[in-house]
Ligand binder design. Sequence first.
Ligand code: NAP
Ligand code: ZN
Length: 351
Amino acid sequence: MTTNVTTVPAYAAPAANAPLERTTVPRRAVGEHDVLIEIKYAGICHSDIHQARDGWGEGIFPMVPGHEIAGFVAEVGSGVTKFRVGDRVGVGCFVDSCRECAYCLQGLEQYCSGTGMTGTYNALDKNGEPTYGGYSTHIVVDENYTLRIPEGIDLDEAAPLLCAGITLYSPLAHWQAGPGKKVAIVGLGGLGHMGVKIAHALGAEVTVLSQSLKKQEDGLKLGADHYYATSDPETFTKLAGTFDLIISTVSAPLDFGAYLSLVKTDGALVNVGAPEEPVALNLFSLIGGRKTLAGSMIGGIAETQEMLDFCAEHGLGAEIEVIGAEQINEAYERVIASDVRYRFVIDTSTI
Ligand code: NAP
Ligand code: ZN
């Protein structure tokens, strides 16, 4: 690759609900502060599916999903100071933000109030051109929005950390999961399994709340202390008022009232799932017990680096199934059917 090459192979959804297919997309020339990344692996997040099927609306098509990117630096701009050719790097859910607002200045770029964060795909870049994500062989990203992947984690197992890892690390850190805290993770999928690993590594007592007991053995191996099926109504009577913190990773609308009944007085239910429909809530489930219902979205650049370093230190990577690009559409169906153990990762050499 040279700075002049601007077209790269990719897998795209040509329109909402259309199967993904091979195509090419433009990449901007490497600017002064840019790095050209040779992508090796791209994770499949449930958010890719919501967006490729336009479940959240206003999708930009053709769409190249992928915001769990891991690879090597192939070229650096003249002003780049943080990276060198050959470095192991990652890119998560956003590739830019205003850099000036109070949130950007605090390292909360994901909540940028200036321009808003620029999504890695399904967004418009500052030059007005659509951004295209990681289901591709190369991407050009500003060095300030590029992460360093520590040596301790293989690139394929590191890719999902860039979204699934940080989306659980950030609320676990913010709500102070740790020794003496009872934490429940709802949904043992891509996000949920990283939540179990990270909460366990932070020293919390971890419970998985899954639809069934099918994945119980895995859940306990990943670091959970307890595992319950939410299809069993007894789970909700048995665990009433148990948890300091519950994080829901469920991709579909959920009965939050039922889960709030499992939270202790002054505890919190934090939702990170992004279902396509609204949910109803009886507010009595909050006022009796001074409970918090909150949300959380990914994490900032500095916190994402902190998470990668934490995972390397604790030997945490994602549990993955590596697939070829031609299996993406089938993998989407399996994720929707909760048949993923626990993240599909695309080997981009097959694109
Ligand atoms: P995933 O791998 O599909 O995991 C979701 C899990 O939720 C499933 O494995 C399943 O776990 C459970 N589940 C699915 N349907 C359910 C239902 N109808 N009722 C109860 N439980 C159900 O998805 P993911 O990639 O982890 O993403 C999860 C959600 O988070 C998606 O909506 C995604 O868009 C969103 N997300 C948000 C952020 C953020 O920053 N807030 C970041 C990334 C993704 P069990 O089989 O164990 O029940
Ligand atoms: Zn994601």
